[in-house]
Design a protein. Structure first.
Length: 277
């Protein structure tokens, strides 16, 4: 009888210890040394999390003479096997208003009002869409537009790729003094292989005095605050939000042609935002 009692007590104690181990909190598995994770999406749900993302919809050219109509259709943005897919495709019947039909659709997602940050590390692990006239981007715009419209309040391009220049990834900033409309933009680029089939981590680390640009933790460009306290050169002391999209056509990439394969897509493994600790 005593033997059975001892066995029962041992089992109960073991079960209690096991429960304690499960309940003990541990550090976040995605924290980085010197950084604390404050916002993320691992795309582990069956549908896009609308508590974190919003669709932008329309076909008015978006300031760049783009050809697509941004849609919230399931075919243009969807989650599959723990990945977010953005897809650009041909729409023979046209999309949008009858007086301004667009014959390509795609998706443009943003975190405005759901994820807005001042300084930090923003990283996105992605495969990039290819093709003449295809323009995928991971970028940031101001949430509050404190200094006026574009480019006065700034823009941060974490990753851009244009199809006529395969493999060259661009990271850049735009301000009133430095922007592509007057050919004064500031940025860097890096040539990569297999960007459509291999995941790369595209990131910035944004501080009061600079913005550093990284691919797979390799820094390839840094934009410095000139410390003149002038928004024309440094509007990056306000909140920004994240955007991910695939544009079709536009001033920079040019139009698709017979070599462009549709549909073409961008694949996102995760988005993570950190604050410095």
């Amino acid at each position: 009888m005593k033997k059975y009692i001892l066995i029962i007590v041992f089992v109960l104690v073991a079960c209690e210890d096991s429960k304690k181990k499960v309940e003990i909190p541990s550090g976040n598995e995605w924290d980085l040394e010197g950084w604390k994770l404050i916002w993320n999406d691992e795309f582990n749900k069956s549908e896009l999390n609308l508590d974190k993302w919003s669709y932008e919809i329309g076909g008015h050219g978006w300031g760049n003479n783009e050809l697509q109509y941004y849609s919230d259709a399931d075919s243009t943005a969807f989650i599959e096997n723990g990945k977010l897919f953005l897809r650009a495709e041909v729409v023979p019947q046209g999309a949008g208003s009858p007086d301004n039909l667009r014959y390509f659709t795609s998706a443009r997602l943003r975190t405005s009002g759901k994820g807005d940050w001042l300084y930090g590390r923003i990283e996105v692990k992605a495969k990039v869409a290819l093709g003449q006239g295809i323009w995928p981007a991971i970028w940031m715009l101001p949430t509050d537009w404190m200094y006026g419209g574009w480019p006065q309040s700034g823009e941060i391009d974490i990753m851009e790729h244009v199809g006529f220049d395969p493999g060259h990834i661009h990271g850049s900033i735009h301000t009133e003094s430095y922007n592509h409309k007057i050919n004064t933009q500031r940025g860097g680029s890096l040539k990569l292989d297999n960007i459509d089939t291999a995941f790369y981590v595209y990131a910035i680390e944004w501080f009061e005095d600079r913005i550093d640009f990284y691919i797979n933790n390799k820094k390839y460009y840094s934009f410095q605050n000139d410390e003149k306290n002038n928004f024309k050169t440094w509007p990056f002391n306000q909140r920004f939000h994240l955007l991910i999209n695939i544009a079709v056509g536009g001033d920079w990439p040019g139009s698709p042609d017979e070599t462009t394969n549709f549909p073409t897509q961008m694949e996102i493994d995760y988005v993570r935002v950190y604050e410095k600790i």
